[in-house]
Each structure stands twice: as C-alpha cells, then as structure tokens.
Design a protein around this ligand. Structure first.
Ligand code: PRT
Ligand code: MG
Length: 219
C-alpha cells in the first residue's frame, strides 16, 4: 500500500490532475466526505487528509509514504524540527504563489527601512521572515500569528506582515500593499526515504509519472 498525504483545498485540487496522469482517481470528494482516509481506484494507493503544515511530519515519520506541500511549509518545518529522512525529488509547480512583505497603504516602509527603524512584523512564517530581514539588516520584532495576518497592520498590532500572495485580492481588499517580494513558492513532492527503499517498485514509477506530467504541463 502507498499512502499519500494531502491537505484539503488547493493542494488536493491541484494534485488531482497529476494523479490522473498516473492513472489514479480518488474515489471520494473531501469537501463532501468526512472520511480522513480516501480510497482510490487503485487498491494499493490511498490518500490521507492532513493539515497542510502536518504533511512533512506525516511523511517524515512514515504515517504516509509520500505527500505534497508548499515550499513555505517545508522551510518552516525544517527551521523548527530539521528535515530527517525526507526526500524532495520534485517541484510539482502547483499551488504557486509568492511570499511577500505587505504594509498599510499609508505606511512609508522605504522611509522606515532607511531610518533604521525597528519594525514589528506579524506572520505565520517566522523562519522565512527572520531570515529575510536579517539578510536585509532590518531589525524586527516578530509576532507569531496562525491566520488572518492581514488584520495585524489594520488594527495596529504590527507595522508589516509576511504572508503568501497569489492574486493580490486579499491585500487589496484590506488596503494593504506589497513592498517586498521575498520568494516564489510552489508545492513539492516529499517522499519518506525508508519507504523509497522498501517500496521502490511502487514509488519509483509514481515519481517518474509525476515528473513527466509536470514536464508535459510546462511544455
Ligand atoms: O489553512 P491551514 O491553516 O490548514 O493551512 P494552510 O493555510 O497552510 O493551507 P492552505 O491549504 O491554505 O495552503 C496550502 C499551501 O498552498 C500553502 O502552504 C502555499 O504553499 C499554497 N498557496 C498558494 C497558498 C496560496 N497560494 C494563498 N494565496 N496558501 C495560502 N494563500 C492565502 C494567503 O495566505 C492569503 O491569506 O490566500 C490569501 C491570499 O490570496 P490572494 O489570491 O488574495 O492573493
Ligand atoms: Mg489556509
């Protein structure tokens, strides 16, 4: 049996076409079903639904053999726990977005940086934010949040946020503007290294088919 860890929402939705390319069809809709283990048309493949930030943990400790998660999640997981026994063979080029710094439209970020001001920055992505501002030589007080980062500058909780942006609509709707592009983000295939050895005959062809499907889409 191969167990694939996915999170509901965009990662699940955007992984489906890649699974289809490998002849794998998930037999239940996670938005409708309450099941956490979803069968597929292949008796030897099942999908487990976990929180996006739990995907690396599941795969690392063998609760799943493979998984799909954002580079943002992988960087934060690695900063907190290290990455042990996780093989990352492939950038799937799905769930694309960018990690950015945003502030209120009336906040002069460039001026604050020039002045060497100390910035308060609210984010779920503390490792990425810490590294980015340290490299830039800007002193920051990081405030850890678990969601709705956009609210922080509006309520005076923080001067800036570090968050993911795709269309930019959420920022716009909250009168925030992007002032730094930290990095581009997409989702990766992650594989348990021990499973890769033990289940080689099942996992290698899967990785190969995914690789071909990603290349075919890019062409
Ligand atoms: O929601 P939960 O706390 O369980 O976890 P999660 O938010 O990490 O999971 P999920 O499913 O929301 O996101 C999974 C992965 O999708 C992330 O780790 C990213 O790699 C990727 N991804 C791609 C995004 C976005 N695009 C994205 N736009 N993740 C989140 N967003 C959010 C962003 O945080 C902001 O609130 O969407 C909002 C901005 O979107 P726009 O289109 O208005 O700019
Ligand atoms: Mg989310």
């Amino acid at each position: 049996m191969i167990t694939l860890a996915l999170s509901k929402g965009r990662i699940f939705d955007e992984t489906l076409p890649l699974l289809a390319a490998a002849g794998i069809e998930v037999l239940e809709n996670p938005e409708k079903s309450r099941k956490l283990i979803l069968p597929t048309n292949r008796p030897d493949v099942q999908v487990v639904l976990v929180r996006a930030s739990d995907v690396p943990t599941y795969v690392e400790y063998g609760g799943a053999d493979v998984g799909v998660c954002g580079k943002d999640t992988l960087i934060e997981h690695e900063a907190e726990w290290g990455i042990n026994g996780l093989f990352q063979p492939l950038d799937l080029q799905i769930a694309k977005c960018r990690m950015s710094v945003a502030v209120r439209a009336d906040f002069d970020y460039a001026h604050a940086v020039r002045q060497g001001a100390r910035l308060s920055v609210a984010t779920k992505y503390t490792a990425i934010a810490r590294e980015f501002f340290a490299t830039k030589g800007v002193h920051v007080d990081l405030i850890k949040l678990y969601g709705s980062m956009e609210l922080a500058p509006l309520t005076g909780l923080a001067d800036a946020i570090v968050d993911l942006v795709s269309t930019g609509n959420t920022l716009k709707a909250n009168q925030l503007v992007e002032v730094e592009h930290i990095m581009d983000i997409s989702s990766r295939l992650v594989v348990n290294q021990a499973a890769l050895k033990v289940k080689q005959s099942q996992l290698r062809p899967l990785i190969q088919t995914f690789t071909q499907a990603v290349a075919a889409r890019a062409a």
